[in-house]
Design a protein around this ligand. Structure first.
Ligand code: MTE
Ligand code: MO
Length: 262
């Protein structure tokens, strides 16, 4: 993955333009990306989409930031619960599945399942914490979907667990609130819009490929969303909260540093 373009005028070479477009495409909200896939998305088109002027020294970074903001803002109007991410067959599952986190595999945090609790906070009526056994006793769903990481890889995986919309309803979450935030016990955090939280393919995942979620993939519980990029899928969940205040995220709060693969 090349280093992100820094603040410079948009007088890019042909290959830099192609790279920038590829990066912007990956950042686009997935329904929009699917919609645009067949069409030729130009830098001019992106500028129009984001309301970002390319003249007068606008930088590639400014454009990517605008596309990223579109990713957040556009969810509300792009969101269509009847539109599902593609599903695959069991034979398509990547084995082994890639591991990724902001640290190496040797630094994976582990918890004792008996002591682990999923804490609930914010605009939720029933804030009692959940044990792993409690979550496992709820009706379970399964999906075989593609995980896409902005660092340039994707892989098909099979996750099982509780439909997140069922869970939010069960605990009396304010479904009219704007955000659902996630705190992980490896210090990672992220947040999603309520529409995505209620999407039928958004899963509180307890298993991977038929086995309890392995340590590297977020044991004991992660949130799995085929409609969002990899970094929005928090592993090692410790707390879920509902809020109208923008909670940000580990990568989200660092601008575009993650484009460099850091
Ligand atoms: N808690 C936590 N969740 C995380 C991350 C992390 O570092 N910590 N990395 C994210 C990124 S960038 C990716 S691509 C996926 C990788 O998930 P995997 O290891 O199951 O492939 O986890 C996401 N969720
Ligand atoms: Mo990622």
């Amino acid at each position: 993955m090349r280093t992100p373009p820094t603040a410079s005028r948009l007088d890019l070479s042909r290959s830099d333009r192609a790279d920038l477009l590829a990066e912007a495409r990956r950042l686009l909200p997935s329904p929009l990306r699917r919609h645009l896939l067949g069409s030729s998305l130009s830098l001019g088109g992106l500028a129009m989409l984001t309301g970002c002027s390319l003249s007068g020294g606008a930088s590639a970074e400014t454009l990517l930031r605008a596309v990223s903001r579109l990713n957040d803002d556009a969810q509300a109007w792009l969101f269509d619960p009847s539109r599902l991410a593609p599903v695959y067959r069991e034979a398509d599952v990547a084995r082994p599945f890639p591991y990724n986190a902001y640290y190496g595999v040797e630094q994976i945090r582990r918890v004792d399942d008996r002591n682990w609790r999923l804490e609930l906070g914010g605009l939720i009526a029933h804030k009692a914490s959940w044990t792993l056994a409690g979550l496992a006793a709820l009706p379970q769903d399964e999906q075989i979907t593609r995980h896409i990481c902005v660092e340039g890889w994707s892989a098909i995986g099979r996750w099982g667990g509780v439909r997140f919309s069922d869970f939010l309803k069960r605990v009396g979450a304010d479904l009219g609130a704007r955000y659902v935030g996630f705190r992980c016990f490896d210090d990672y955090y992220t947040s999603i819009d309520m529409a995505t939280a209620l999407h039928p393919q958004t899963l509180l995942a307890l298993s991977f490929d038929g086995q309890p979620l392995p340590a590297e993939f977020g044991h004991p519980v992660k949130l799995r969303m085929p409609t969002k990029l990899g970094y929005k899928n928090p592993k090692y969940l410790a707390e879920i909260f509902v809020s109208n205040v923008y909670p940000g995220g580990y990568w989200e709060d660092q601008g575009y540093n993650w484009f460099g693969g850091s």
